[in-house]
Design a protein around this ligand. Sequence first.
Ligand code: UDP
Length: 402
Amino acid sequence: MIEKYIPYIGEEFIDELFLISRKLKGIKVLHVNSTKEGGGVAEILNRLVPLMNELGIETDWQIIKGDRTFFNFTKKLHNLLHMPGKEEINSDEIVYYLKITYENMNQIDTENYDVIFIHDPQPMGLVIKKQPGQKWIWRCHIDTSTPDPKAWHFLENFLNAYDACIFHMPEFAYEGITIPTYIIAPSIDPLHPKHIELSQEEIINTLTRFGINPEKPIILQVSRFDRLKDPFGVLKAYKLVKKKYDCQVVLVGAFAPDDPEGEQVYKELLNFATGDKDIFILNLPPNSHKEINAFQRGATVVVQKSLKEGFGLVVSEAMWKAKPVIGSNVGGIKRQIVHGITGYLVNSIEGTAVRIRYLLANPEIRKTMGFHAKERVRHRFLIIRHLRDYLLLINRLLKNND
Ligand code: UDP
């Protein structure tokens, strides 16, 4: 299967991958996170784990279990790591986090692995189980540059037991970190059903199945229903654009099982949309890959209006489909969009509306930007580059530097 990537990145890159993985023969790698589906982490692991196995590196993926109380707390922690907030972490929550962590320690076998990647804060406490000789890596998908001090202090207790941590961007790493820190950007997989080419007919059929008019301009945002993705901001920008252009707005989302807030946000969005038949709030089941692919390809302009963002993989997903993306000037969105070349970076609802209007009025510019957007993803945000970075890091940590 790995050879199938050659048309996208060239043969040399693949040879290099086999070369590195030969050095790692015999080791066992484990990835742990908190959900099998929903969100960017699961999305990447779904592809990365089979590819590592194909390269001859025995790799497993395990999921921690938790209940609503646990995930309410880890969601709060997630928000507090993004920025200091009004909420406080209380001692009951810490005790509960440890209780669930201990339960998971009994469920999740970490002993038989040489390298363990722990994704995000939810499973972070498992490091208590670390064995001599193992390398534990904390893979953080969040911007922790300005965390709430108490939330950070809580995590630090675990972090210091890790051998290394990885962030998407240098500015995401809190400056007080004392363990080795690496930067690896995430990626998309061009062979994933969400990214393969689709016929125009398939795209139109999907749009019409959801009642969307393929003839009328479409503004799209694909994101979990989460306030930090600012879906309300997108709808407000749409309302401003709508004064001048007849267009539709489509918010495609889902509830991740580890995000109890999603359902509430979804209901509020439905309320907001009442009475406007050009607003589509679509709550899709997990694995609606073909549909998301069709929406991204069928969109006229793609928006990612996040208030805070980890990486924002959806931006690269749309760029890969040669779409200009208008994204907030935050987090990983800044790394993906080249302002004025592949899309626009914006700072407000009004700014978003201005850029949408401009792009709706200029099809040639949409096309040129879309071309550059795709090339940028090809060079920087495809999965093979991601895989190579992981392998190089493992190699370095295990000191197989012969
Ligand atoms: N996604 C999805 N269905 C949805 C919303 C999002 O499959 O209804 C996918 C989206 O295509 C992307 C991932 O979930 O692959 C979201 O990753 P991103 O980094 O943009 O945001 P996160 O959810 O991790 O904050």
